[in-house]
Write a protein that binds this ligand. Structure first.
Ligand code: AKG
Ligand code: FE2
Length: 244
């Protein structure tokens, strides 16, 4: 797929149904996070990193049972021209408070900001996570077709309470289920050379509680969420934001 004809990750959600406006009462991070010394492991140099056991299994289970009760909507199978085919059930909310909790009450902030050898990766000075929180559920037969994720301009509340201009630079995916919970398939697959061929596929297997970050925007690798063939894949998606 040529870069100039690339299919984009979906932009704003379709006009109906509308994104939720009332923030969910997300479960507490219990036990307190992080549960292990988080480490940033590189899977594809300068493009994909993972932090394993970001959520413990028990917290993943708490989240999945909580998320089940949210008003998820099935995305249309027929996307607008230029948008990726994405077939899953999803919930979306602008929730700056939860984005901030994920950033500053989990150990993520410390591990990313203190890792001096990582500083060059993020595309600027990290200021937090995108308040646009997305929850995906994939059931058997559902998938996210190959696409690129865009960088977006957003506004983030700083520690002093002011809104500050920011830009998303990396996609954040937090996997809540895996084969250990009966989820078969659903790997996130990257194609470093923009060719969706089995030979060039770098497949990241699901691991409950693992957080994955991948570079997006101009340098985004073509990627997809493989079809789920058994059980359910649950993911929380947001983005890493830098100062603009
Ligand atoms: O669910 C996945 O594995 C991929 C999700 C994705 O690519 C996205 O949210 O843009
Ligand atoms: Fe994506």
């Amino acid at each position: 797929m040529a870069k100039d004809k690339r299919s984009k990750a979906p932009g704003p959600p379709p006009p109906t149904p509308r994104p939720a406006t009332v923030a969910p009462s997300w479960p507490a991070f219990k036990p307190p996070l992080p549960v292990i010394d988080l480490t940033v492991e590189s899977l594809v140099q300068d493009k994909v990193v993972v932090l394993r056991s970001f959520f413990p299994r028990s917290l993943c289970r708490d989240y999945v049972s909580f998320l089940r009760d949210l008003p998820l909507t099935t995305t249309p199978g027929k996307p607008k021209r230029g948008d990726a085919v994405r077939v899953n059930d999803r919930f979306q909310i602008d929730d700056a408070r939860f984005a901030d909790r994920l950033w500053s009450e989990t150990g993520l902030k410390e591990v990313l900001l203190n890792g001096r050898e990582l500083a060059h990766l993020w595309g600027g000075q990290i200021v937090g996570l995108n308040p646009n929180i997305r929850v995906y559920r994939y059931r058997p037969g559902q998938f996210f077709d190959a696409h690129y994720d865009d960088s977006n301009n957003v506004s983030i509340k700083t520690e002093t309470g002011e809104q500050s201009p920011a830009r998303t630079t990396w996609t954040l995916l937090l996997y809540l289920t895996s084969p250990a919970d009966g989820c078969i398939g659903g790997e996130t697959v990257f194609y470093p050379h923009d060719r969706r061929t089995p030979k060039e596929a770098i497949a990241v297997s699901l691991e409950s509680g693992m957080l994955l970050l991948h570079k997006h925007g101009h340098d985004c690798m073509l990627h997809e969420g493989r079809e789920v063939t058994g059980g359910e894949k649950w993911v929380i998606r947001t983005d890493l934001c830098v100062k603009r």
